[in-house]
Ligand binder design. Structure first.
Ligand code: ADP
Length: 458
């Protein structure tokens, strides 16, 4: 008769599955670096390294009023940004939540919704007495559209494929700037779309505007991605587009795609494989699926469900609520990790309230430890991506700042510390030279600065 395993025994198994050693991390960094280089060399690689047509850093002298529309994975943000020209800005913004239906609805309808929200925003902000917009004025609009697009110029972009759970038909393969322009005309909005950018590119430019030590930007939200400034001379792909090789251009890495299809380099557990295979885009965005907010809760849920099936957890209780995919939000992992009480009262509350389940203290300690393993792995993998860019660009000795944004980075306790710890595991002491910081309002402000930079170039 085998002795019954304790929750601590179970935890050891998951520790082994979810822990990344420094050695393993260094191997991932090497493979990652190769993937970045390949993407700069030739078109259509796994990590596409998309040229953004944002040339060089802002001077900090950009000024004026701009509208920014940011279609993220979860929210639509509309902002009015006033650049004051000395690394300072003012921002007024509204947020509109997207429904799951809207994410799958016809593409033109999605852009119509963006235009409708913009209409509301403009009307609200032009009405006296506290309106900030002048009626009759046409404002330049920066459109932050954070899905991989190929661009031939700054105000144009063909959607390669949807990510982050979007699936709107009639959009992939089409110019999304033209589609949005159609909606802008339909709603007769007093704006002119001048720049189509990715949130990472926006964050890169905005972070540099405020802190010139910034060389890289990352987003850790519904999805996960990075951008940095590249020398055109070091990219055969960009040179072959006829761009002079004495300039720099921001690159949207779309690094969430690292290791897609081949699955050679990342340590995927069977839970990660289930997440992948049951997603609307199997085999794609492999790196993102181990890291981003959209998936971490689901990974935890799959481990819990395995233990339910094995008769370890919730014996005699009805578990139907927790058996539904994606019912555990990544925000729950944050809450579990930050529960300050010995009894873990927050975790009692979550399981009771959302899933109608009773938990023992040993189970709650296990859930918290599991959240920590999954959250820590995500941060350490993120460190691998950052390290790959740092190492490729030779930023280690001099050091640099990494502008970061997204709910995972901003709200998950210890996420930034774990990235920094990971960078030291990869690079040793010198890893301390690479520091991440929160980029406030990055994508909106960045989009305004880029619209301003475009205006100056023209
Ligand atoms: P987006 O990337 O869609 O623009 P966010 O940066 O807010 O927007 O990211 C949303 C993602 O962050 C969701 O997947 C959500 O699960 C996750 N999230 C929201 N709140 C938290 C939190 N407190 N801790 C960790 N993750 C969170």
């Amino acid at each position: 008769h085998a002795t019954k395993k304790t929750m601590a025994d179970h935890l050891r198994k998951y520790e082994a599955l979810f822990t990344l050693t420094p050695q393993r991390m260094r191997m991932i960094v090497e493979a990652f670096k190769e993937a970045l280089e390949l993407g700069l060399e030739k078109p259509s690689q796994v990590v596409p390294m998309i040229p953004t047509f944002v040339f060089g850093w802002p001077t900090g002298k950009e000024t004026g009023d701009f509208i920014a529309v940011d279609l993220g994975g979860t929210n639509l943000r509309v902002c009015l940004v006033t650049l004051q020209g000395d690394g300072k800005f003012e921002i007024t913004q509204s947020k509109y939540r997207l429904t799951e239906e809207q994410k799958q609805d016809d593409g033109q309808k999605l852009f119509d919704f963006c235009a409708e929200c913009l209409r509301t925003f403009i009307d609200t902000n032009s009405s006296e007495p506290d309106g900030v917009l002048t009626p009759g004025e046409i404002l330049p609009l920066g459109f932050t559209f954070s899905y991989p697009c190929t661009q031939e110029r700054i105000d144009h972009g063909v959607l390669i494929r949807w990510t982050k759970g979007f699936g709107s038909p009639n959009t992939e393969g089409r110019d999304v700037a033209a589609m949005f322009n159609e909606s802008i005309e339909k709603y007769q909005l007093p704006v002119k779309l001048t720049a189509l950018i990715n949130d990472t590119t926006g964050t890169l430019i905005a972070s540099h505007y405020v802190n010139p030590r910034t060389k890289i930007a990352c987003i850790f939200g519904t999805g996960c991605n990075a951008a940095y400034m590249e020398h055109v001379r070091d990219s055969d792909k960009i040179k072959s587009m006829g761009i002079t090789d004495d300039v720099d251009m921001a690159i949207n890495c779309e690094w969430g795609a690292f290791d897609s299809f081949v699955h050679e380099h990342l340590p995927r557990t069977k839970y990660d494989i289930i997440v992948d295979e049951s997603s609307n885009k199997p085999a794609e965005q492999s790196f993102e699926k181990l890291i981003s907010g959209r998936y971490l809760g689901e990974i935890l849920r799959l481990v819990i469900c395995e233990l339910v099936d094995e008769g370890v957890l919730f014996l005699g209780q009805n578990t139907y609520k927790i058996e539904k995919p994606y019912v555990i939000d990544t925000a729950f992992l944050s809450l579990m990790e930050s529960d300050p009480t010995d009894e873990l009262l927050m975790i009692i509350g979550i399981f009771n309230h959302f899933f109608a389940l009773e938990t023992t203290l040993a189970e709650r300690q296990f859930f918290r430890a599991l959240a920590k393993l999954i959250g820590r792995r995500a941060a350490r993998l993120s460190a691998c991506g950052i390290a790959a860019i740092v190492s490729k660009m030779g930023y280690l000795d001099e050091g640099c700042s990494v502008g970061a944004d997204g709910s995972l980075y901003n709200k998950y306790p210890g996420f930034a510390d774990r990235i920094h710890e990971g960078l030291q595991d990869i690079f040793g002491e010198k890893g301390r030279n690479i520091v991440t910081h929160h980029a406030e309002d990055g994508s909106g402000v960045g989009s305004a600065i880029i619209a301003a930079m475009t205006k100056i170039r023209k």
